[in-house]
Design a binder for this molecule. Structure first.
Ligand SMILES: Cc1cc2nc3c(=O)[nH]c(=O)nc-3n(C[C@H](O)[C@H](O)[C@H](O)COP(=O)(O)OP(=O)(O)OC[C@H]3O[C@@H](n4cnc5c(N)ncnc54)[C@H](O)[C@@H]3O)c2cc1C
Length: 435
């Protein structure tokens, strides 16, 4: 019998547990350790922040659903990983030994890197966690009763740009529905060197299309931007030229602001030599396995992936749903093989497929592989994306409740986009104007 422990119960961790149950032997024990008794569907957080969803709509109590699949669950959280002892130190002082560990703890949100940033004592809202989004929704209602300027975007070192664009457009849609859009100047502030870069060096004509979308929605923007500090109602931003020299200082007044922070690794792994890079992301090989501690694997946002190239202001690479799903499938297969004295041989396809909702329409992009030049480089806009995102939310929540292990993107999204084969040659049949 082997004990496989999964640390983290988010978009990566819970599917990891289900797929591991399928790949492990009957006698193997699987335990999930999280610091939260509930799963929440992170991509729906922007909807919670404008009150289109309640947090209960997108949260699931984990213990009963995992128990149905014979998976143990501990919700005390991990204080420190001790990989040299194959042991976790939990927040309640107890310890947990493992034979294999999968780290799926997502990011630590680095609000502290910028004075005045974030919802804990700072002046900006967040949509990264459902709790933040629920708090933001109260501020949103107060703001709508007394509107003014909005500043929205992603700070230097951020790696998650899709949700920043989504939230800018969702606010625009919500304000138009409330018939107060004319009272709200919106400025999008981003570390990206141009609109539509997305941390991926652009996808298809994402630059032209996203600029057009922003213009149509009357959203102004500042790119190559570094947020210096945030005061109550005022954001201090420095804009840089493409050669890295300073272009202009901005003082942006706001009545409501949401800025995505930079991510780093969680404290429980920070500084463990051989396990993490300097920012605390887990270093893994092509089989999702750590080189120094070969019984440790990692999936999701906590994995170290280098940026696509240098930019005047630091810009990270997004780790999105499809990439996470393929990391999960490869890891479950590889641990399954090791349990049977075979080699870890499956690789994740680190490609990006993303649906960004704009409230009444949306944008979809497919970047295969993630780093240009690519075999598939496709970007499209339409109402179908908004509907697809709602369908995806419903499907994913049902999957978590039911304990199904099927990979969503492999089974449905790729097929819907006409991408039939991912290993080796990619065969895209993506229609010009979407599905
Ligand atoms: C607002 C937002 C919207 C997004 N929308 C999309 C989208 O539409 N499509 C897309 O493809 N991607 C999207 N992403 C990107 C990505 O899919 C998500 O960030 C996703 O949640 C990452 O999954 P994860 O499992 O790596 O981390 P998470 O889902 O954040 O899960 C991390 C888990 O680890 C737990 N944890 C943390 N610390 C500890 C500890 N010390 N001990 C134990 N457990 C711990 C947490 O409680 C949580 O359960 C979005 C990201 C954000 C922030």
């Amino acid at each position: 019998m082997a004990h496989i422990v999964i640390m983290g119960a988010g978009i990566g961790g819970v599917p990891m547990a289900y797929e591991m149950r399928e790949e492990a032997r009957k006698e193997d024990k699987i335990t999930v350790v999280s610091n939260n008794p509930r799963f929440h569907f992170v991509p729906s957080n922007p909807w919670v922040a404008v009150n289109w969803r309640k947090r209960d709509d997108i949260e699931i109590e984990l213990k009963p659903v995992l128990a149905k699949k014979n998976i143990d669950f501990i919700d005390t959280g991990v204080k420190r990983v001790h990989p040299e002892k194959s042991q976790l130190e939990l927040n309640d002082g107890s310890t947990l030994d493992y034979d294999y560990l999968v780290i799926a703890t997502g990011p630590h949100l680095d609000f502290d890197a910028i004075e005045g940033l974030g919802p804990h004592g700072g002046h900006t809202q967040s949509i990264c966690h459902v709790e933040h989004a629920a708090n933001a929704s109260k501020n949103w209602e107060a703001f709508c009763a007394d509107p003014g300027p909005v500043v929205v975007g992603a700070v230097q070192g951020a790696s998650c740009y899709g949700p920043a664009y989504e939230f800018a457009a969702i606010m625009d849609t919500d304000l138009r529905r409330r018939k107060i859009r004319d009272q709200v100047p919106i400025t999008y502030v981003t570390a990206e060197p141009y609109i539509g870069h997305l941390g991926l060096g652009g996808v298809g004509d994402s630059k032209g299309m996203m600029e057009s979308i922003m213009r149509n929605r009357h959203i102004n923007w500042i790119t190559n931007a570094k947020v210096d500090k945030v005061e109550a109602g005022l954001m201090h931003v420095t804009e840089f030229n493409d050669d890295g020299t300073e272009k202009k200082k901005h003082e942006l007044p706001f009545k409501f602001s949401m800025m995505l922070p930079a991510f780093r690794g969680i404290d429980a792994v920070m500084g463990i030599e051989g396990l993490t890079n300097p920012r605390g992301f887990i270093t893994v090989d092509k089989h999702q396995r750590n080189a120094k501690f070969p019984n440790v694997f990692a999936v999701g946002v906590c994995v170290a992936i280098p940026p696509v190239g240098p930019t005047p202001v630091p810009v990270g690479v997004p780790k999105t749903g499809y990439m996470i799903e393929s990391m999960v499938t490869a890891t479950a297969h590889n641990i399954g093989n090791l349990l049977r004295d075979k080699q870890a041989d499956q690789q994740a396809t680190w490609n990006a497929i993303c649906l960004a909702d704009f409230g009444d329409s949306g944008a979809a992009f497919v970047a295969l592989p993630q780093i240009p030049p690519r075999n598939v480089n496709w970007f499209s806009e339409g109402r179908w994306v908004h509907l697809a995102k709602i369908a995806f939310e419903k499907y994913f929540l049902r999957k978590i409740k039911k304990g199904t292990s099927e990979p969503v993107y492999e089974k449905y999204v790729l097929k819907a986009l006409g991408i039939t084969k991912l290993k080796g040659q990619v065969t895209p049949k993506v229609p010009a104007d979407g599905i």
